[in-house]
Design a protein around this ligand. Sequence first.
Ligand code: NIG
Ligand code: FE
Length: 413
Amino acid sequence: MWDLLLLDGHAATLRDHAVDPWGTLREAAIGIQAGRIAWVGPRSELEGPAEEIAIECRSLAGAWVTPGLVDCHTHLVFAGNRADEFEDRLHGDSYADIAARGGGIQATVAATRAASEEALLASARTRCRALMAEGATTIEVKSGYGLTVTDELRMLRVARKLETLEPVRIVTTLLGAHACPAEFRSDPEAYVDLVCRDMIPQARAQGLADAVDAFCEDIGFSPSQVERVLEAATKAGLHTKLHAEQLSDQGGAALAARFGALSADHLEWLSDEGIAAMAEAGTVAVLLPGAFYALRETRQPPVKALRAAGIPMALASDCNPGSSPTTALQLMMSFGCTFFGLTPAEALAGLTREGARALGRAQDLGSIEVGKCADLAIWNIDHPRDLAYWVGGGRLQGVYFGGRLRGPNEGSK
Ligand code: NIG
Ligand code: FE
């Protein structure tokens, strides 16, 4: 007997190799057992009367079911905000100008270091719940606003804690090489030493990080510095990811691919060589239209070339106080289509199946398939393309997390 059987709905399963890009299943039935999907198919193929194969049956009353949303790139833990920089940018300053005068990431580092662990947790929890209210069931959270061993580990601890407080899966990424802290300005190599020698091994030893990321950019770290970080991460047995080609072409994506990185993220300046290397390595392209929008970028990531090369494309919020101050996860589907030229099906796949792939969790998450976690979003829509069509969402009816319906106060804004 299954624990639960969902009936009378339609599913966009997002499974690979389906007959259409949505993995459409009309009049679907989804059997759930011990938090996982035990059966999925057309209701007409159920072996026996519903009430004899499941302890409980629930009607979806014509709603659509998709995998729960996976936000595979966020900087959810931080203190303060940078609305002043938003105003400065509107007056003509660039993101790089602001960073060069000690604002930008450094401003958030100062605020984050000064905040208590409780305060960091409380504000991250609010943002986490806002993402959950958009349909997120898995959220990746990066460190990167501490930039000392103690402060980076503290950020990761806060991120891990979210999972004990809310019905959501958290995946953590150490982003010690986000910016060179002021105290190392005269010797950035010494800071990279600290990241490689102390931060990465300690995060690993304390089980606080699933992956390691870095910011490969003129205002971040050079390719040779990033290489050292990725080397140390690989040696520690951690997955790798990279902020690459956001503001300029540094060859970061190809470098990440060389390390078998799970993903290269941003990619507005991605070159043909980068695309070839990512395709070869199976590195996921994570597209972040929230940052493109907020920074008023004009150069789009090469979506047509990524598509032609068969590179999986994920979408994420990049929630952070500087370049993408948003928790409007569903809006990213609209942005992904309108700004980057994704199809609505690619946009939904980007926030589900490919997001899971970018986290190395495709075996468990991201599609409605037997054996995967029963993380499901229920939508009040006529067709899944509506999810990208509505600007800013608002069609979420409910969420199953590990086969359990989230309560009305869980993940409310
Ligand atoms: O993904 N590019 C670097 N990191 C973040 C921005 C961080 C910040 O501005 O605070 C990003 O856009
Ligand atoms: Fe980011």
